[in-house]
Design a protein around this ligand. Structure first.
Ligand code: ADP
Length: 403
């Protein structure tokens, strides 16, 4: 067996694969995209694109991608461990677990909470279990880190039976990234994770923000689904739920409203042209008013949520920006922090412009009441780490013993 850990992240029409060595260093990664559509293809980092069979499903795409890794000599007969990103672990999983039949059943049970995600995650798991039946496989859940939320933060003020009968509550997502922010900011601040309190803003295509108190998630913006909270690339984030009824009157049924809120809203909805922050900023700077609107609403709502997250903390060691936007957009950080002067946040313009590169990620001014950091997320590396740790621990319980 090789000395490598394979990480698999199945999305609705894509599969990301990454191969790490024992020390957590990335060796190679590839993206299989347009799965189930015309033009399915494998795009390996630093290599030519490879066409996949027309209409390839997740299983085929994954099998072909792994074969490619082997043909190129990146992977030998089998990896040491395999880590799968699983979107929804419901209340059953408080941490990553070794996969077995019971765990797979529990993930299936959570599928009604994430109908677009868990079934494709399971397709990936089944494919690699067939390919590598003897390799330990681990599920790492987006929701697990948020299982420490206090009851007042996860209960929705709706009839109690919604939770009791159907599990309607706040779960939260991007847990792997927020957990990494907690650990990495502690390291940079020369503290221990369990003595570090931060607000972590993960701003990618999906965006969420989490209050982390002494290393534990205590509030987060995403909810029952990843639609709640911040403005995102194509998702609206918070809107008045009365919108569903209002639009039904206009002839738009709830299913269509849900699709529009997930796929045609957020930056795309407001700009009318792009869900991509880089393009949006360029257009806004060239005078496109709709793109300017989208940018302003994005930053204002983000700032409002940063304020809201302070309610759950008794101390703030850092505000942390991550994800493609959080790591790379000085403009988003600057505009957001401008809204937070009353709370005492202040950026250092030069450090912000170069993303804190010269100051170990620090972009705050010296007189800022709280440090502000930029930290690159490493979700796949975290999954590799969890997979390796659990693979070497035969006695790990499959579900949380306290549950
Ligand atoms: P995902 O959530 O799919 O992993 P990423 O974390 O890669 O996405 O974030 C993608 C977002 O980051 C896009 O909106 C993209 O435009 C934005 N982004 C990347 N680089 C920059 C940049 N230099 N300036 C502004 N936004 C950027």
């Amino acid at each position: 067996m090789d000395d490598q850990v394979l990480v698999i992240n199945c999305g609705s029409s894509s599969v990301k694969i990454a191969l790490f060595d024992r020390n957590g260093e990335l060796r190679v990664s590839a993206l299989a995209e347009r799965i189930g559509q015309q033009g399915a293809r494998l795009v390996p980092e630093g290599h030519d694109t490879i066409n996949l069979p027309e209409g390839a499903n997740h299983r085929q795409a994954l099998t072909d991608s792994i074969r490619w890794l082997q043909q190129q000599g990146h992977l030998g007969t089998a990896p040491l461990a395999i880590g799968h990103r699983v979107v929804h672990g419901g209340e059953a999983f408080h941490r990553a677990v070794l996969l077995d039949d019971d765990v797979i059943r529990a993930i299936e049970d959570c599928a009604s909470l994430a109908p677009l995600h868990n079934p494709v995650n399971l397709a990936g798991i089944e494919a690699t279990r067939e390919l590598f039946p003897r390799v330990p496989q681990v599920a790492v859940f987006d929701t697990a880190f948020h299982q420490t939320l206090p009851r007042h933060a996860w209960l929705y003020p709706v009839p109690r039976r919604f939770y009791e009968d159907w599990g309607v509550r706040r779960y939260g997502f991007h847990g792997t990234s927020h957990q990494y922010m907690a650990e990495e900011s502690a390291r940079r601040l020369d503290r221990t994770t369990d003595n570090t309190s931060i607000i972590s803003a993960h701003l990618g295509n999906g965006c969420s923000i989490t209050a982390i108190r002494d290393g534990r998630s205590v509030d987060t913006s995403m909810g029952l689904t990843p639609l709640e909270g911040l403005v995102m690339g194509t998702r609206s984030g918070d809107v008045d739920p009365g919108l569903f009824d209002f639009l039904a009157d206009k002839g738009i049924d709830p299913e269509e409203t849900n699709r529009i809120l997930n796929r045609e809203s957020g930056l795309l909805g407001l700009s009318g042209s792009t869900s991509d922050m880089r393009n949006l900023l360029k257009a806004a700077n060239d005078g496109d008013d709709h793109c300017r609107d989208a940018f302003e609403v994005f930053c204002f709502r983000l700032a409002r949520y940063i304020g809201a997250m302070m309610v759950s903390l008794d101390r703030l060691d850092a505000l942390v920006f991550t994800g493609g936007i959080g790591e790379n957009s000085a403009e988003v950080r600057a505009r957001t922090v401008e809204h937070l002067t009353l709370a005492g946040f202040r950026l250092d313009a030069d450090s912000n412009r170069n993303h804190g590169q010269a100051r170990n990620g620090r972009v705050s001014a010296d007189d800022s009441r709280f440090p502000i950091l930029v930290i690159a997320t490493r979700e796949e590396a975290m999954i590799a780490r969890e997979a390796l740790a659990l693979a070497s621990d035969e006695h790990q319980p499959t579900t949380d013993p306290n549950h």
